[in-house]
Design a protein around this ligand. Structure first.
Ligand SMILES: Nc1ncnc2c1ncn2[C@@H]1O[C@H](COP(=O)(O)OP(=O)(O)O)[C@@H](O)[C@H]1O
Ligand SMILES: [Mg+2]
Length: 273
């Protein structure tokens, strides 16, 4: 293991290809016939209303849930992700929404948490140097790697969680709502970090409810609705188009509000001229 990031496979090559992925929980179909492609050096946003199946899909890819049907290709090879360890081994890293950091431990300890007992167990000094190297490469703004997590901001915690998952040199990284709890400046910092990770050639899947964040960072936007694919969009797509795909209706309260606001703005502008 190295703390420095290695380049992933050539940009534009296929990292992940899902075909016909379905997942049933008893009588509940959480996912039906999902197709998803992620390339190296690409950020794919996964969006959809509550219950759309986003978390289930992430858990299938993290090796937490086994799909009921369908196939997964990772870096051109057909794979079975039958445990979280298997997914990690293959190079699929997940930053879950709760981050799972230890409040009382410092940044270094959190970065190497769970790796201390491995064959490449490191001494404190080496770990600290590697922690700094990695965070500097990510241009992460962490005041000190000896700072306990409890004293860091939400954005800094997200940064530590992302950095930790990068230590295993993944080819694909999945981020579940990385900006949900963050203010404007911290959100910008995390979005910058995601861009740097993408520029390293990793494939990135980001789940977000925030269309502005999604548009700012995603190369493609994949909409799920009721467990099924419901369109693939570019960041240039309008809010209207995205919201329609997410809600499954062109005429709904959110888009009506959006329209009304647009009309109001035009009227105000018209009146001022
Ligand atoms: N462990 C589970 N057991 C039963 N049903 C589940 C389980 N996990 C998710 N579901 C169901 O699958 C559907 C998709 O949920 P989820 O993947 O959490 O959606 P999202 O993350 O997009 O909000 C929902 O109907 C949810 O109730
Ligand atoms: Mg969810």
């Amino acid at each position: 293991m190295t703390a420095t990031l290695q380049s992933a496979p050539g940009k534009g090559t296929s990292v992940l290809r899902l075909s016909g992925i379905s997942k049933n929980f008893g009588a509940v179909s959480a996912l039906t016939d999902i197709e998803l492609d992620v390339k190296a050096g690409e950020v794919v946003a996964l969006v959809g209303d509550n219950g759309a199946g986003k978390s289930t899909l992430v858990k299938v890819l993290a090796g937490v849930h086994q799909p009921s049907a369908g196939s997964i290709e990772f870096c051109g090879q057909s794979v079975t992700l039958d445990s979280p360890a298997k997914a990690l081994d293959l190079g699929i890293a997940t930053v879950f929404q709760d981050l799972a950091l230890c409040e009382n431990l410092d940044v270094v300890a959190n970065l190497f948490l769970g790796h201390e007992m491995s064959p490449w167990a490191l001494d404190e000094v080496t770990m600290e140097v590697r922690a700094w190297t990695l965070l500097r490469e990510l241009a992460a703004r962490i005041p000190s790697v000896r700072e306990p997590i409890a004293s860091l901001s939400g954005g800094q915690r997200q940064t530590v969680a992302i950095a930790r998952s990068l230590l295993l040199n993944p080819t694909l990284i999945m981020l579940d709502e990385p900006t949900a709890a963050l203010g404007v400046a911290q959100t910008a910092e995390v979005l910058n970090l995601i861009e740097r990770v993408r520029d390293r050639g990793l494939g990135v899947i980001i789940i977000s409810h925030n269309m502005e964040d999604v548009r700012a960072v995603a190369d493609r936007i994949v909409v799920l609705r009721l467990g099924r694919n419901n369109g693939v969009f570019t960041p240039e797509s309008s809010n209207q188009e995205l919201i329609s795909a997410i809600t499954g209706a062109t005429d709904n309260s959110v888009s009506r509000r959006h329209d009304r606001k647009a009309v109001n703005v035009q009227e105000t502008r018209g009146g001022a001229e």
